[in-house]
Design a binder for this molecule. Structure first.
Ligand SMILES: [Zn+2]
Length: 336
């Protein structure tokens, strides 16, 4: 791991922040984390819980101007896997289950105008257009390909002008937790919704077993760690009423798999940071699940198989209890 050069997001450029949702200056340090997934830096960040609203947030964290440095090219292709760039057909086939799960959140709505923020390559826009929606997208980076030339604008959502006639639905799939000042985003979304329109978003659940015990959030790219209570407060502040909120792993996949391997490694000598470093890295899946300190291990392979078998029923149970990792909500702008 190479630290970023001085002045480009290295350890000297971390900043402490107050709660990004309610502004409270009182919070409690829970644990320290590192960029295990992409290893852009070896800096240590802190996870804190706000004493007033209960949400979690990263502090110290990178400065806002430095955040782009923590998104290497591999980040945008990590879902596609190590095989690299896929054709559109392959991409849609790989995301079929995820796209269907997203679409289910809109199925009780009459198709109208839809804005997807964090549109990536346009996969959800394409799916929604098939269902009759008039679609537009926003994506921060213009280096993300747009293979079907879908109507996606590139840049900062907060700096863009939109048609004042508004939208019937605004979606943000796994975006809000990456935003430096998420309240401003929600305020802007609320202003773009037509009366009766919906804001539908997926975030990670700070009160989940996977988030708290197994630190499944992607640090330092996840900056705000939401709870159901903080979502309700945030939406209410901008006149939105949360109509539905549930944890469900069908959109972004299970986050519990690996917990048994992690626990075994911790019980038999790994430190937490050693085990997390193996688990979260994305270059060699075998290193965590099938090896012991870098050497192939049949015992770990067996435990990993057992892990996969027990994960699904446990994850389903957590979701029933509202304790799953991916938290999706639908909030409406009330009719006058
Ligand atoms: Zn707070």
């Amino acid at each position: 791991m190479q630290p970023l050069p001085q002045g480009q997001g290295g350890t000297d450029n971390l900043v402490d922040v107050v709660c990004p949702l309610c502004g409270s200056e009182i919070s409690r340090h829970l644990y320290s984390v590192r960029d295990n997934a992409f290893q852009v830096t070896d800096a240590t960040f802190g996870v804190r819980r706000c004493s007033r609203c209960g949400c979690g947030f990263l502090s110290p964290r990178p400065r806002e101007d430095d955040m782009q440095l923590y998104y290497p090219k591999a980040y945008y292709w990590s879902y596609e896997g190590s095989g690299g760039e896929l054709s559109w057909e392959e991409l849609i086939a790989k995301r079929r289950g995820q796209l269907a799960a997203k679409a289910r959140w809109l199925e009780d709505m009459k198709p109208g105008r839809l804005l997807d923020i964090g549109a990536m390559k346009g996969e959800f826009l394409w799916t929604s257009r098939q269902a009759g929606w008039d679609v537009e997208g926003v994506e921060l980076k213009n280096s993300v390909p747009n293979p079907l030339s879908l109507p996606i604008r590139y840049g900062d959502f907060l700096a863009m002008d939109f048609d004042p006639s508004g939208y019937d639905c605004v979606t943000m799939w796994a975006v809000l937790e990456h935003i430096y000042a998420p309240a401003k985003f929600v305020e802007r979304v609320a202003s773009l919704l037509r009366p009766g329109g919906r804001f539908i978003a997926t975030v990670t659940n700070f009160n989940s077993v996977q988030g708290g015990l197994f630190r499944q959030d992607d640090y330092p790219r996840h900056l705000t760690l939401f709870t159901k209570k903080s979502i309700r407060h945030l939406c209410a502040r901008y006149g939105l009423v949360v109509a539905r909120m549930e944890t469900d792993q069908t959109i972004f996949g299970g986050a519990l798999n690996g917990g048994l391997v992690f626990t075994t490694k911790r019980l038999f000598g790994y430190t937490a940071s050693e085990a997390f470093a193996e688990w979260k890295q994305t270059t060699d899946p075998e290193l965590f699940c099938c090896s012991w300190r870098g050497h192939p291990s049949p015992s770990m392979r067996t435990i990993s198989r057992a892990d996969r078998v027990i994960t699904l029923p446990i994850e389903t149970l957590f979701d029933r209890l509202g304790l799953g990792f991916n938290l999706t909500f639908s909030a409406a702008r009330p009719l006058p």
